[in-house]
Design a binder for this molecule. Structure first.
Ligand SMILES: Cc1ncc(COP(=O)(O)O)c(C=O)c1O
Length: 324
């Protein structure tokens, strides 16, 4: 644990109350009954899956991860909540997906057959990904109906979900609106082919904020859970989950026209007196040796101000992800 006596010089604090607050902000956007898949891929966007998953367990209906190794870690922290693999699985990951009961997405009939071949009894649930503009995974929208017809003949699988994804929901409302309309039209057609019960999902954070009424049955927030709103007007409704802190080991006075650190990316214009240096330090992080030089000192306005240890009653509720 970091404390005044700790040798850690730089650490991140994860605020579980903020995480729950942001989840409530997600839910507040949605109609009753819309489920939430918390996207915890990439170590919960760097916030530590070991802190984030236990905080959200029992409060979300699904976790979303990038691959089987991540799914395994989430399962070790939460025995029950269903886990969805957001990316297409590698062939060698499929047996574990099936054995562990993770839910995979499929983009073509060959993938569906590969899962079907692993079935030893009950049908394996998979979601059909439909590409309506992301250009990453899924069957192309125009081919979705033909693909589904063929998939419905594959033994051993059950298509329990229909998914798509937004590439520019935070930047291009017209494109996204069209994408939603296209997806919902296809979903309507596919549901007629026998998928009336399939779970429909397509919305990331930007979608949840800007197009909440198109949320389908399930949404997939990542960014906004961690306190970052892709649309700035929503930012006041979120709280930052991570606070990155550092301990000051040396304060110096610096004269004018001195370069600070590698690359001399910051040159002092005026002398910096001790009292000003302290204030400035709050806005800078040290550049660890493994960082690219471009990370040499620069003012970092997005960085939340470090709060002092005895500031605020919620301090004791904070979990700390140390030195990761
Ligand atoms: C398929 C999918 N859905 C949802 C998300 C979450 O997106 P965001 O962090 O913008 O909410 C991601 C993140 O990369 C994703 O890949």
């Amino acid at each position: 644990m970091a404390s005044a006596s700790s040798l850690h010089r730089c650490w991140a604090e994860i605020d579980s109350a903020a995480l729950r607050h942001n989840l409530a902000a997600v839910r507040a956007q949605l109609a009753a009954g819309v489920r939430v898949m918390a996207v915890v891929k990439a170590n919960a966007y760097g916030h530590s899956v070991r802190l984030v998953v236990p905080t959200l367990s029992g409060h979300v209906e699904m976790f979303g991860v990038a691959n089987v190794a991540e799914a395994r870690e989430v399962r070790s922290l939460d025995a029950k909540t269903p886990i969805f693999i957001l990316s297409p699985a590698l062939p060698e990951e499929r047996a574990e997906i099936v054995a562990a009961g993770f839910v995979a997405s499929v983009s073509n009939v060959a993938e569906a057959r590969a899962y079907g071949a692993l079935s030893t009894g009950p049908r394996i649930p998979v979601h059909l990904a439909i590409d309506t503009g992301m250009g990453r995974v899924g069957v192309w929208a125009a081919d979705a109906a033909a693909c589904l017809r063929e998939m419905l003949t594959v033994p051993g699988i059950e298509i329990t979900g229909l998914a798509s994804h937004f590439p520019v929901a935070d930047e291009d409302a017209a494109f996204t609106r069209e994408q939603i309309a296209h997806f919902l039209k296809i979903v309507g057609e596919l549901k007629q082919l026998g998928l009336a019960q399939a779970t429909v999902h397509l919305e990331n954070s930007a979608g949840i904020i800007d197009f909440p009424t198109a949320a389908g049955d399930l949404v997939r927030p990542g960014l906004m859970l961690y306190g970052s709103a892709p649309l700035p007007e929503f930012q006041p409704r979120l709280r930052p989950v991570m606070t990155w802190k550092t301990r000051v080991s040396l304060v110096r006075e610096v004269g004018p026209e001195r370069g600070i650190s590698y690359g001399r990316t910051f040159i002092t214009e005026h002398p910096i007196a001790r009292r000003h240096a302290r204030r400035r330090l709050r806005r800078w992080l040290p550049a660890p040796p493994q960082w690219p030089r471009g990370r040499s000192p620069r003012p970092w306005p997005a960085l939340p101000r470090a709060r002092s240890r005895d500031h605020g009653p919620d301090h004791d509720r904070r979990d700390r992800a140390l030195g990761r």
